[in-house]
Each structure stands twice: as C-alpha cells, then as structure tokens.
Write a protein that binds this ligand. Structure first.
Ligand code: SAM
Length: 279
C-alpha cells in the first residue's frame, strides 16, 4: 500500500525534503490508483519494467512484490538515497537496479542493451513527459507496453487527431509505433501535494509492425510542424534541394495537395515521407 498523506508528510519530514514542483514531485497516496496502474498494465509474469521517477518507491515496491525486475531512474539525490536504503533487499538480490540520473538522458534507465521485451510503468514527472517520450523513441528499442500517469492535456496532445490544434510531430511518432489502448481519469486528490492539473493513467501497446522514424526524419517533421499553419508546398521551398524534392515527391506520390497544412495530413501519410526514395 502507498503511504497515507500523514505518513508521506512524516517521511518527507524525516528526510528533510520539501516536494519540488519543478521536478513534478506529486507522490501517489491512493492505493486504488496504484492497484489500477498494475491492473491496467496486465503484464506477463516476470516481464522487466522500467520506472521513471520512483520517488518514495510506492509503485516500485508494488512492481517488485508482483515479481517484476525493475530498472528505475530518479534524479533527486535525497529521494534516490532513501530508495537505496529502503529497498536495499531488492537491490542486493539484483531484482531492482536504481540509477541516479536524468530520465531524458537515460530513457530506459539501466535496462541492458540486449534486453528483449520490457514494459514501462511510471507516474511521470509532467515537465519531462514529451522530452522523455522523444528520447525513448530515439533509442529504437521500444517497450511492448507503457502505463503512464500523465497530465490530462499531455494525453490529449499525444493522441490528438489530425486537423486539431493539439496534433503534433509527437502525435505522428506515437501513432506510428503504438496504439492508445485505454485511459483512466485520476483525481488530483490521489497525490501529495495536490497538483493543479488533472491526471490520466494511459496504457499504450506497441503495434504489430511499429514504425520508427529516423533521427533526421523526426527533425524534419518537427521543423515542418513549427509552421503548422503554412502550406506544406511553401514549407518545402524553404528546405535545401534534396529535402525539397523529397517532400514534393512524397506529396505527389500520396496525391496530397501542396496547399495542405501539416496539421491536415493524416499520421499514416507521414510514413511515406520517412520512406521517401524507397518506392
Ligand atoms: N513514482 C512516485 C509516485 O508515484 O509517488 C513519484 C512520482 S512524481 C510524479 C515524479 C518523480 O520523478 C519524482 O520523484 C521526481 O523527483 C522524479 N523526476 C523528476 N524529473 C526527473 C528526471 N528528469 N529524471 C528522473 N526522475 C525525475
């Protein structure tokens, strides 16, 4: 069970730690939501799990008790020190590997390179949710499943439909590799301290044939989306010769008008831009 609000306050007091807003330190204090995260993940027995920002170790402990090997990365020095001592029995027998660092730089924590299937279960620090996802996509070894606690607006942005204001380069990258399986709205009262935004627990499953955009293609699509209200034909004309003809060929092949705006082009169509030159 997670710590109650008063136990959380007491532990933070013992550690001499004040929750840091800029690190998104809103700790889970509701047992039902911890259970819900585990149930939603519905992980095969023994599947290794990456956790981002274990904090006071609430989810971590539950995952370990469920028989999973956990690779967790925490940036806060005090919280990291507390995790090391409070979960020592698990680190000793190598069921838990704790890394002190930035999850944006270490998106899969200490997960071994040769690791096969793995999942991510995390109550993500909101400030890094998009940056962490982008760097996870760049690792080119994707989890088979993710259950992420996210800011409600972040989920809306990630799974935004083409033509909406929230539709972005990240929505395109996610649509190419994952399916949004389901979401569960979480009250702000489930956290200590109470955050100023609503949260959503979202499960995403890898597609049978996930597509990963290369780094140059991700950079190009991001660049195109900085001018989302301009016509794609005129955006193309600002690029160098090779990129411009790549974009114009793609539009012709897909029978997409040069007058379309980036935000009007469906996620699937962008795969053709990435695969330009391959037929
Ligand atoms: N997992 C805990 C829970 O559910 O109660 C804590 C979740 S809290 C929303 C986010 C955690 O992420 C905090 O412990 C915070 O220190 C940590 N964190 C923030 N930025 C981070 C980063 N860039 N890399 C790793 N951890 C980070």
């Amino acid at each position: 069970m997670p710590l109650t609000p008063s136990e959380t306050t007491r532990l933070l007091g013992e550690l001499g730690h004040y929750p840091k807003k800029k690190l998104g330190q809103n700790f889970l204090i509701d047992g039902n939501i911890v259970e819900k995260s585990i149930d939603m993940a519905d992980l095969p027995a023994g599947m290794p799990v990456v956790e981002i920002g274990p904090g006071l170790g609430t989810l971590t402990r539950k995952l370990l008790e469920g028989g999973h090997e956990v690779h967790a990365v925490e940036i806060d020095k005090t919280l990291f020190g507390n995790l090391e001592s409070s979960l020592e029995s698990y680190t000793e027998n190598k069921r838990l590997t704790l890394t002190h660092g930035d999850a944006v730089k270490l998106p899969t924590a200490s997960l071994p390179k040769e690791q096969g299937d793995y999942a991510v279960v995390a109550n993500l620090p909101y400030a890094i949710s998009s940056a962490w996802l982008e760097s996870l996509l760049a690792t080119e070894r994707l989890p088979v499943r993710m259950v992420l606690m996210l800011q409600r607006e972040a989920v809306d942005r990630m799974w935004a439909k083409c033509g909406t204001k929230s539709y972005s380069a990240l929505s395109i990258f996610l649509h190419a590799a994952f399916r949004h399986h389901k979401s569960h709205l979480v009250s702000r009262r489930c956290f200590h301290p109470v955050p100023s935004v609503d949260s959503v627990l979202a499960r995403m499953d890898i597609l049978p044939n996930p597509f990963l955009f290369s780094a140059p293609d991700r950079a190009l699509i991001r660049r195109i989306f900085t001018q989302r209200r301009k016509q794609i034909g005129s955006i193309a004309r600002q690029e160098d010769d090779a990129t411009r003809s790549g974009i114009l060929d793609w539009l012709e092949r897909k029978e997409l008008a040069q007058t379309l705006r980036p935000e009007q082009i469906e996620p699937e169509a962008w795969l053709g831009l990435a695969m330009r030159g391959s037929g």
